[in-house]
Design a protein around this ligand. Sequence first.
Ligand SMILES: Nc1nc2c(ncn2[C@@H]2O[C@H](COP(=O)(O)OP(=O)(O)O)[C@@H](O)[C@H]2O)c(=O)[nH]1
Ligand SMILES: [Mg+2]
Length: 452
Amino acid sequence: MFNNLTDSFKNAIGKIRFHDDEKALKKATTELKKSLLKSDVHHKVVKDLISTVELETKKYGVGKDNFLKALQDKLTDILTIEGAPRGFTFASNPPTVVLMIGLQGSGKTTTTGKLAHFLKEQKKKKVLIVAADLQRLAAVEQLRQIASNIEVDLVADESAKPIEIVKQGLSKAKKELYDVVLIDTAGRLAIDDELMEELAEVKKVANPDELFYVADAMTGQDSVRTAQTFKEKIGITGVVLSKFDGDAKGGVALGLTQQVGVPLRFIGNGEKMPDLEQFIADRIVSRLMGAGDIEGLAERAASSIDPKEAKRMTQKIKKGQFNFNDFLAQMEQMKKLGSMKSIMGMIPGMGNMAKQIGDMDLENSEEIKQIKALVSSMTPKERENPELLNNTRKRRLALGSGLEVMHVNRVLKQFKNASKMAKKMSTKGGMKEMQKMMQQMQGGGGMPNIPR
Ligand SMILES: Nc1nc2c(ncn2[C@@H]2O[C@H](COP(=O)(O)OP(=O)(O)O)[C@@H](O)[C@H]2O)c(=O)[nH]1
Ligand SMILES: [Mg+2]
């Protein structure tokens, strides 16, 4: 997600040795400045970042550790607003009411669904969505489909006025003890007075705990400017940057919090419901420094993996009983976790891997298709016991799956290796060994974690 930025920081850090002179520091910061500007980080933010990092590094002596520490501290600083909540926080008196606002097409409705999904699956909350965009009939229908997909309740009435529907939603939420109410509102193509008046009215009635401005990352610095305007005219408590998957540069995310004076709270990085990530300063900084985001990964895994199932699987792997049924089940689990790329970026030292993997599509990859075809040609006994597969059976499988015997052998070998590797990883110290291997593959690998 932040490949470009992570590379910029890594390069700069790589330029400084353990004990170095001010000339080396200047070289590193000059390069960092250039690449941050190229990544579309606002020039004022870049200037502030560079001058603080230079000053702080010199203060404690030019060297790798001091440079890293100064960079980490300053990054955390520019991504944080004093007193703002860390992650999504709930009102002390439920329901927590969230108003979603923004321009038309920015991603409000999609983000409303993603946020509902996040709160339901990861925070285990009872969520109600209110369809207060009554400008277009299609908008209500879109939300109806999203809500039914993620199995979240919806209040919608095409013939009502926005304020009426908001009132209805709030009273239902209070009566039926919902934890969170998300209100999706209408947008316009550009900022106009009529829109602002309607939103102000909805805001008065809804009395929201959070006002999330949804900004389209693809519009670059424009998204920052419109956020500023909405902050002045309506007041906002957070920004959600949508369509971040389409913005290769990513620099807007780095400057936005300081520029708008309101924290960036979430990032949307795909069209699907799980494609929403919390933007939490210390976690993001860890990722930017190439140290991964273990907390975020665990959160994501917890919401999509059944712990009982995971335990059963680990037991089987340890005993060497991993079979083809498990293999298919594991692939289904991986799909739920989201794209490989976004997962890899969260594992320490694996940022580079993420780039190599690119947009590997588990569902459509040729290899996965072959494996699926092969497994579906197996009898239930064969699926449970890979050892049964002798040459006669392999020939039958080849015919059944439309693969060459050669391919069958290759897939079977891959499976054997995978289960061996899995067994190894499930032992004590196995994960460490795996990381070491990954780092060797990348020629040096991840950044060290600097103790504070
Ligand atoms: N690639 C991508 N597309 C998105 C994202 N968020 C929204 N979209 C798409 O952007 C378009 C407009 O989104 P919508 O939620 O209807 O915007 P609204 O008018 O503000 O409610 C839709 O086609 C969405 O699928 C995102 O994070 N990534
Ligand atoms: Mg909409």
